[in-house]
Design a protein around this ligand. Structure first.
Ligand code: ADE
Ligand code: ZN
Length: 353
């Protein structure tokens, strides 16, 4: 049932989008490395970068598709060597998330990007985990980690990565699947996801970012994922759309990412409003905020500006994000009550009721 949302004047919408409590469910921590931090870490660790300075690196952020981005993204991550580097990167992101009124975040990390360079699994996970715990204590944000397998690598490598991470099993809540989508269908990872399922880990996968609806079917039916990351190509398949509505499978959509990777021609042409209207459980996320021009609030602001969505949609998207998270039901209820209170207060304060 549709929740009744107080009327809010359009001029107050940006402040409302910023203020509403929200969860972020699709953000790659390596994609939060700002050029300034990349250069600072390169200097600290004596790593040579193929860019003269911050401006030259930023100038290279002109992507034509997913692969053109991934090439630069993996190069940027090469500055991460020590536990403190992973800690500093995650604290920088968590500071941004707190500023955006993110109450809960589920952070992807790509261990294979680091272990392939000789960085230990425990270095990666312990640095990220310590940052999450410190931010929780000092800033009140809830944060957990999702280990992502790189789909351009083999399933054997994913299985080995899982084995390497299992001694730290209590430090991540689930697994995901990312990197080059087309040509690497979900079926390639059936065994490793089966094993993760037996272990009781939460399961998500990127599907239908650039790849066809068949990859979303595969993620659901072969990998048994609980959420689809991106999923915007679902609109090409009406039967799939109905399934996503019936089962209320969350989609973690990333508008600025889709724009910068040329999945859509403009934000005005993004299909998120249509997906939401069709009854899909859509959420808004930043994906790789340092590369795509904005953290989660910037995604909401630019999308709403371009599409003309209003307070009702804002409420639904924030509520979806909280409901689609992997926290306990009682915690979700608390945050939804806070969301309701924020909307009520906002309407009172801005004289809209
Ligand atoms: N890794 C980081 N960002 C990604 C994206 N948008 N798609 C696939 N893999 C990624
Ligand atoms: Zn992603």
């Amino acid at each position: 049932m549709k929740h009744s949302v107080p009327r809010i004047h359009a001029e107050h919408l940006p402040a409302l989008l910023r203020a509403m409590p929200k969860a972020e469910l699709h953000m790659h921590i390596e994609g939060s490395l700002e050029p300034e931090l990349i250069f600072a870490l390169a200097e600290r660790n004596g790593v040579q970068l193929p860019y003269a300075d911050v401006e030259a690196l930023r100038a290279a952020y002109a992507f034509t598709d997913l692969q053109s981005f991934l090439d630069i993204y993996y190069a940027g991550a090469s500055v991460l060597l020590h536990e403190q580097d992973f800690y500093d990167m995650a604290r920088a992101y968590l500071n941004r998330a707190v500023a955006d009124n993110v109450v809960h975040t589920e952070i992807f990390f790509d261990p294979q990007t680091h272990t392939a360079r000789g960085v230990g699994m425990e270095t990666v996970i312990n640095g990220l985990y310590r940052a999450c715990r410190d931010a929780e204590i000092e800033q009140g944000i809830s944060a957990s980690l999702i280990l992502s397998f790189l789909r351009h690598l083999s399933e054997e490598e994913a299985l080995q990565t899982l084995e390497d991470a299992l001694p730290l099993r209590d430090r991540f809540i689930g697994v995901g699947l990312d990197s080059s989508e087309v040509g690497n269908p979900p079926e390639k990872f059936a065994r490793v996801f089966g094993r993760c399922r037996e272990l009781g880990l939460h399961l998500v996968a990127h599907a239908g970012e650039e790849g066809p609806p068949a990859y979303i079917w595969g993620a659901l039916d072969v990998l048994h994922v609980e959420r689809i990351d991106h999923g915007v190509q679902a609109e090409k398949d009406p039967v799939l759309m109905q399934r996503l509505v019936d089962e209320q499978i969350p989609l973690t959509v990333c508008p600025l990412s889709n724009l910068k990777l040329c999945v859509v021609d403009s934000l005005a042409a993004h299909n998120l409003p249509q997906l939401l209207k069709a009854g899909l459980k859509v959420t808004v996320n930043s994906d790789d905020p340092a590369y795509f021009g904005g953290y989660v609030n910037e995604n909401y602001l630019q999308l709403f500006e371009a599409t003309g969505m209003g307070a009702q949609e804002a409420y639904q998207l924030a509520r979806n994000s909280l409901e689609a998270s992997f926290v306990a039901a009682a915690q979700k209820e608390q945050w939804i009550a806070l969301l309701d209170e924020t909307f009520a207060q906002f309407a009172r304060r801005t004289g809209d009721v």
